[in-house]
Design a binder for this molecule. Structure first.
Ligand code: SAH
Length: 390
């Protein structure tokens, strides 16, 4: 096994079980190749942990074990998968939900690897070339621990032309329909990087339906396949979905259809969010709830969008279409945008606009997206419900 020697004075954080191997903490790392197992040692050559090399924007690799004698083999992954499975028992036993995360990267013990369950069709996501080198062992372990109908994979790292596909089992015809909180959504595991639904938002969607939709006109911006609209529509007076991508319309209509809602009874616009603000203002449209769940970064013909730079203007725009008494649901999945910074932007904007507001709920990841206690960025999701009078 190769040796990764820490720069002097860097051991405390790793002794405290920080899981990410920070490139800057390692003395000379040119000899470390993707997929290498490494012993992380102090400058005095004292063993701290075993890790693997898998470069993600976040670092050089991830810690796997604190036991010098532990082999990283199929059995190693079997043990981790078994305990992850045990911790998901709740989701296997509840009614109305059959899609959730089975294994959440560093939260469950292997940074760079996630496994999702879509009604017994499993999706592995590989986040680096390094973790992909363990593919054989990991798939063996998956076969041992998880029952499934089919197994798919997606590569979330760049340097490859193969972006994923079928691995094992009985291939279904896509889209398949999954259920979450008694709501149905289409999912396609073979279509680009996204699957049709973001499983990390399940509790936020439920809260939107149960507490912020009844008898309201709900506007859902950056709506993608309309997941928030479809669940809100169960209680709302109307829903309006806005997304720049052409394909969002058909996918959203299908999701309404799956839930017995006539898509023609709802509004869907293929439009830039900021253009929609202008359109809605011109037509005097108002909403009692506005949902904003944007990508962290996007580029279109006219401009680039980044959450940290643009959230303030998103909120201002939302106020221009919000009824005198209404609610905002503001989300971001950017790990670089801390909850504190996010709340500061929200408060600053609302103060500047002189509105009366009350933060009703601050939500994060659900239990199946298990996070690592010593690695803050793993809690990337922030969703804030705010009541507003203006
Ligand atoms: N809120 C969604 C997920 C958003 S994914 C959900 O709950 O499932 C990001 C979406 O933002 C993509 O569908 C993309 O087409 C859309 N998008 C990116 N830039 C946009 C813009 N300027 N205006 C409207 N939609 C945009």
């Amino acid at each position: 096994m190769k040796i990764a020697t820490l720069n002097r004075g860097k051991e405390t954080k790793y002794l405290n079980q920080y899981p990410l191997i920070d490139e800057e903490d390692i003395y000379q790392h040119d000899h470390l190749k993707e997929g290498d197992l490494v012993k992380i040692v102090t400058d005095q050559q004292q063993y701290i942990a075993t890790g693997y090399v898998g470069r993600q924007h976040k670092g050089l690799g991830w810690v796997l074990s604190y036991d010098e004698n532990e082999d990283i083999n199929t059995q190693f992954f079997v043990k981790l998968f078994e305990s992850a499975l045990e911790e998901r028992e709740y989701y296997f036993n509840i009614d109305g939900t059959n899609a959730f995360r089975l294994f959440n990267a560093e939260g469950d013990g292997v940074g760079g690897l996630t496994i999702d369950n879509y009604d017994s069709h499993l999706l592995i996501q590989w986040y680096s070339k390094g973790i992909y080198k363990f593919r054989y062992l990991i798939i063996e372990a998956i076969k041992t621990v998880f029952g499934y109908t089919s197994l798919y994979e997606k590569m979330r790292f760049k340097d490859t032309t193969y972006t994923g596909g079928f691995v094992d089992g009985e291939a279904p015809e896509f889209p398949i329909t999954i259920e979450e909180n008694f709501t149905f959504y289409n999912v396609d595991l073979e279509d680009g990087l996204m699957t049709g639904i973001f499983l990390d938002q399940k509790e936020v969607r439920k809260k939107l339906r149960d507490q912020f939709s009844e008898d309201r006109d709900v506007l859902n911006l950056f709506s993608y396949t309309g997941a928030f609209s479809v669940i809100a529509a169960q209680n709302a007076r109307s829903t309006t979905s806005v997304d720049l991508a052409n394909r969002s319309r058909g996918l959203t209509e299908e999701n309404f259809g799956l839930n017995g809602i006539d898509p023609k009874s709802q509004y869907i616009y293929v439009m830039d969010t900021f253009d929609y603000y202008n359109y809605a203002a011109r037509h005097g449209l108002q909403y009692e709830t506005v949902v904003i769940d944007p990508p962290s970064f996007a580029r279109n013909k006219k401009k680039t969008f980044s959450v940290q730079k643009d959230y303030g203007s998103l909120v201002k725009g939302a106020l221009s279409v919000l009824a005198p008494e209404g609610s905002l649901l503001l989300c971001t999945n950017s790990s670089a945008f801390s909850l504190k910074a996010f709340k500061n932007v929200i408060k600053k904007t609302l103060d500047e606009e002189g509105v009366e507001f009350e933060i009703r709920e601050v939500m994060g990841l659900p239990k199946d997206f298990k996070t690592h206690p010593h690695y803050k960025p793993s809690k990337y999701l922030k969703a804030v419900f705010i009541d507003i009078k203006h």
